[in-house]
Design a binder for this molecule. Structure first.
Ligand SMILES: *Cc1c(COP(=O)(O)O)cnc(C)c1O
Length: 419
């Protein structure tokens, strides 16, 4: 059973001070998850997690992760600016962008970030934008085709189609690209790939590592480029549904180590650093969206209207994503009511849950939508003039701190031109 990281009493005290809806994050959980990840890769002295800023672009969260030894993975101008303002410097910033505007390369280079090129043509693009090729450079690989793991009667454990994705160099382009970059002054090379999203399998990272490690060996041999790091990127998933298995990060780290020792070490490449760019795994379960049931409606179905909407959490509307719901204070009540839990947008996909069995919900009940800590608040938008909510941090000491205020109508009107 999924348990919220706050108790009903704690949450009542919080909502007495801060009106719903808001996103709430768990400092203790974030620190523990970051430490588990570090422990899983402690065998690799150069290991670093670059947190995917797009998952939770909030200064208090980024600073907390920096305290835990994480870097920042950015893909836009403002994410670079945000990371800079949060104290990340030089090699603590990874810049993994695509279709990159020149000004973004310029800021990344100025900050000394490690630039991860998405395409062969961006070699010249970077040279043109900043006037030189940095000594440390990374390239994103796309093996094409279909990536699948763990075939069974129920289907594949992991199945994605890199061949249909817009990211990365082909294998041939990577070899040519490394030669070209070397000739242009690059000295330390990295390889990056992101082949599947939200994987619930301890085999994804090891399988990806096997592919990238072999590629690194081939690249060093054929181009003479020094491969200094391999970036496994994001993609380690979380169980959004209560019946799904949780990944075992220690097993994942050990699986990557096996590949490292069987491929890189024998090739004399035992000094390669491993990088990750996890967003969802680090933050997802350590955040929730708290909302109040404000309306009920009985027509062809039973509806509960809440004060949050898809503008606060887009994943259900966008991907039909499941987010578990706990009705606070009714944890032990029977789930004998079938509801659609909906927001107030004039969009019929603004539904947090459809035909969900829940305890009887009364107006005023507090609902916790689980696992919104990554790609939750950050995907928010202003459709229908809805305002982004506040973000709160439940501190390790039990206190609660406002880490982003809610938008006000003034924020909404700030960019409008009336005359
Ligand atoms: C989105 C993204 C991530 C993080 O993905 P998660 O699913 O949150 O782990 C990491 N790297 C890059 C380049 C991304 O675009």
């Amino acid at each position: 059973m999924k348990q919220p990281f706050v108790t009903p009493d704690q949450l009542r005290a919080i909502t007495a001070r801060y009106p719903t809806p808001f996103h709430l994050y768990d400092e203790k959980g974030i620190r523990e998850t970051a430490r588990k990840l570090q422990a899983a890769f402690a065998w690799n002295p150069g290991f670093r997690e670059y947190f995917a800023v797009k998952a939770t672009p909030t200064p208090a969260i980024l600073k907390l992760l920096r305290e835990e030894g994480c870097g920042a993975d950015c893909s836009s101008l403002t994410e670079l600016m945000l990371s800079d303002r949060c104290g990340f410097t030089g090699g603590e910033i990874m810049f993994s962008s695509n279709e990159t505007p020149a000004e973004e390369f310029q800021l990344a280079a100025k900050l000394g970030a490690t630039i991860n090129l998405d395409d062969f043509t961006l070699i010249d693009g970077l040279q043109d934008a900043v006037g030189y090729i940095p000594e440390t450079i990374s390239c994103r690989f796309n093996p094409g085709g279909v990536f699948q793991l763990g075939a069974s009667k129920e289907g594949f454990q992991v199945m994605d189609t890199p061949g249909d994705s817009k990211y990365g160099f082909t294998r041939e382009q990577l070899f040519e690209g490394f030669r070209k970059l070397k000739a242009m002054g690059a000295k330390r090379f990295g390889i990056h790939a992101f082949l599947a999203s939200n994987t619930l399998s301890n085999d994804y990272y090891p399988a990806l590592a096997g592919i990238l490690f072999q590629l690194a060996v081939d690249l060093e041999r054929e181009t003479g480029a020094d491969v200094a790091f391999i970036n496994l990127s994001g993609g380690v998933g979380i169980p959004y549904r209560p019946d799904q298995p949780e990944n075992d990060i220690m097993a994942i780290g050990a699986g990557v180590r096996d590949q490292y020792e069987s491929i890189l070490v024998p090739a004399g490449m035992g000094d390669v650093a491993i990088f990750t760019e996890l967003g969802r795994y680090l933050l997802g379960p350590n955040g929730c969206l708290v909302t109040t049931a404000i309306r009920e409606k009985h027509t062809y179905k039973e509806y509960i209207g809440v004060d949050a909407c898809a503008a606060n959490l887009m994943r259900p509307a966008m991907y039909g994503a499941y987010h578990h719901i706990t009705v606070m204070g009714k944890e032990d009540a029977p789930c004998d009511h079938k509801y659609d839990v909906v927001g107030s947008l004039c969009e019929n996909n603004d539904k947090f849950a459809i035909d969900r069995m829940l305890p009887r919900i009364d107006r005023g009940d507090l609902l916790v939508l689980h696992d919104t800590g990554a790609h939750g608040f950050s995907m928010g938008y202003n459709y229908n003039g809805k305002l982004r909510s506040a973000e709160l941090l439940l501190q390790a000491d039990g206190g609660v701190r406002l880490i982003r205020r809610a938008e006000t109508p003034e924020d909404y009107f700030a960019t409008m031109v009336f005359d």
